[in-house]
Design a protein around this ligand. Structure first.
Ligand SMILES: Nc1ncnc2c1ncn2[C@@H]1O[C@H](COP(=O)(O)OP(=O)(O)O)[C@@H](O)[C@H]1O
Ligand SMILES: [Mg+2]
Length: 236
């Protein structure tokens, strides 16, 4: 495919008097890892909600593979090939790890089961496939949520703070899995507060502040950007 896989153009989203996302534009080239950072409340999750159809933008356009997706319902956007995780875990605690993947599979039967087991193996949860998700550690539940997004083979994957609260060992499994997805040609947009994680993983970073994109560039440029430093450290 030529051209961007995702194009967000001048998107604005307001909640009453709060402008959560303000004339924000981003363009993602297929097969890369992008970071989306910004202080708490800067609009990162709202932007994800706009892209995935959970929030309707008040202004602006969103295109996926060249086609408008703004104002499509979430299930149609998911079907076109965009998957996401949520900042707050949404696994089903009363289902097993394996069942959590099977409930979002298109088919059932042996092929779906095999694919689900492959995904659990991908994040080293295969030995726990019969365990109730509610009995897994917080980090394991986050990994489970992450692979659940992969069941439908999305081309674009939005990850909302996937590393938050995940211990170092599981974090390394997660980072390896994300890099592997990139090697498969998927595009990843990741929101993460851990600067080491985001700087080490992203090829390009977008920075939001009060809903506006204030900077964009490779990690080394972002780390040295005066407006970014001000947004993070300059407010007492
Ligand atoms: N559903 C909502 N209703 C009202 N205000 C909201 C809603 N969602 C987000 N906001 C507000 O929009 C702003 C951006 O929030 P959010 O997108 O969650 O930021 P981030 O993910 O960067 O922390 C915040 O001021 C937040 O309080
Ligand atoms: Mg958020």
């Amino acid at each position: 495919m030529d051209g961007p896989i995702l194009e967000v153009t001048q998107v604005t989203k307001r909640f009453g008097g709060v402008t959560a996302v303000n004339h924000c534009s981003l363009s993602l080239t297929p097969g890369r890892i992008y970071g989306l950072i910004g202080p708490n409340g800067s609009g990162k999750t709202t932007l994800f909600n706009c892209v995935t159809g959970l929030a309707a933008p008040d202004a602006g356009l969103i295109r996926f593979k060249g086609e408008r997706i703004d104002h499509l319902p979430p299930y149609l956007i998911a079907r076109r090939g965009i998957g996401r995780t949520f900042q707050v875990i949404r696994v089903f605690p009363e289902l097993t790890a394996l069942e959590n993947l099977l409930v979002v599979s298109r088919g059932d039967g042996e092929a779906a089961r095999r694919r689900a087991m492959e995904l659990l193996t991908f994040v080293k949860l295969d030995r726990l496939h019969r365990e109730y998700a509610g009995n897994l550690s917080y980090g394991q539940q986050k990994l489970l949520e992450f692979v659940r997004v992969l069941v439908r083979e999305p081309e674009l994957i939005l990850l909302d703070e996937p590393a938050a609260g995940v211990n170092r060992t599981l974090l390394n499994d997660l980072l390896a899995a994300i890099r592997d997805l990139r090697a498969q040609g998927r595009t990843i947009l990741i929101v993460e507060h851990d600067m080491k994680v985001i700087m080490g993983l992203s090829e390009q970073i977008f920075v939001l502040d009060y809903g506006e994109k204030i900077a964009e560039g490779p990690p080394e440029v972002i780390q040295a950007d005066a407006r970014v430093i001000e947004a993070y450290f300059g407010r007492g």
